[in-house]
Design a protein around this ligand. Structure first.
Ligand code: IPD
Length: 264
């Protein structure tokens, strides 16, 4: 069997269990445990508990694999690496906005072969295996195609630092008049799945980390979207861009002269 399928099943089982734990334990307004780069970057105790659960399950099933997690950093070595975001959309989680996700990707020799994004409050588990398509509730996903930029519904997001946000606002001021409309969902992983499911036509954002886009990027790509950075680079924290071929290039060419990475 394709090893991506095996990894995907395990990732799905683990993401489901983490989601159930989070739903069961999430109080009306979870206690703010620590703040990272600014007061709006909220990390809750449950964020850490979710990553601990995910790490424990991976270690029990695959003791020799490496893990990169948003909260716990990098551990282990070897050809297989798990990329974990225990809660993507922590601000939504905190406020009870039903758009946050557990995201798990599995890499073999540096290539993501399986990805799972569990958008827990909606009970939606998006999955993809490289070469085997992207799926939601038994339905194969296909992104929207043939949408020109001026008809495109585009998702985006903003970082936590005010200097970065100021640049993101300037960029957005140029993008907004040229597209159908903008959506800011609050979870990069879910945004990428929304491209896969045709709920938006494209997505771009400066700043998402590998754990934000690892699984969602594969899901969008397996649904037919192009996923990358600027100027031929792969997706990277500088910029994540995702849309069907055609719209991808139009959005790319709109963004490049705006220099969205200029906040350093
Ligand atoms: C954030 C979300 C948000 C995006 C931010 C990310 P977090 O992740 O994905 O949509 O705009 O750039 O940092 O902090 O909730 O895991």
């Amino acid at each position: 069997m394709n090893s991506g399928v095996t990894f995907g099943r395990l990732a799905e089982e683990i993401a489901r269990e983490a989601g159930e734990m989070l739903l069961a334990k999430r109080p009306a307004r979870p206690e703010v445990l620590v703040t990272k780069s600014s007061p709006t970057d909220i990390v809750t105790a449950l964020d850490q508990a979710s990553e601990e659960l995910i790490r424990a399950r991976i270690k029990a099933a695959r003791p020799d694999d490496a893990i990169l997690g948003e909260e716990g950093g990098s551990t282990g070595g070897g050809r297989v690496r798990w990329i974990v975001d225990p809660i993507d959309g922590t601000v939504n989680f905190l406020y009870g906005v039903p758009e946050w996700a557990v995201s798990i990707a599995v890499e073999v020799d540096g290539e993501v072969v399986a990805g799972v994004v569990n958008v827990v409050p909606r009970g939606e588990i998006f999955t993809a295996v490289r070469g085997e398509g992207a799926w939601l509730a038994g339905e194969r996903l296909r992104c929207n195609t043939g949408v020109p930029l001026d008809r495109a519904l585009i998702a985006t997001g903003f970082g936590y630092e005010s200097r970065r946000r100021a640049v993101q606002a300037e960029v957005l001021a140029h993008v907004l008049p040229r597209v159908r409309d903008i959506r800011r969902g609050g979870s990069a992983a879910s945004d990428l799945c929304s491209v896969a499911a045709g709920r938006v036509d494209g997505y771009y954002e400066r700043g998402p980390q590998y754990w934000d886009y690892g699984a969602g990027g594969l899901i969008a790509a397996e649904a037919g979207a192009r996923v990358g950075g600027l100027n031929g680079k792969p997706c990277n924290p500088g910029l994540t861009l995702c849309a069907a071929p055609g719209l991808f290039e139009e959005l790319h060419d709109l963004l490049v002269p705006l220099d969205p990475e200029r906040d350093g």
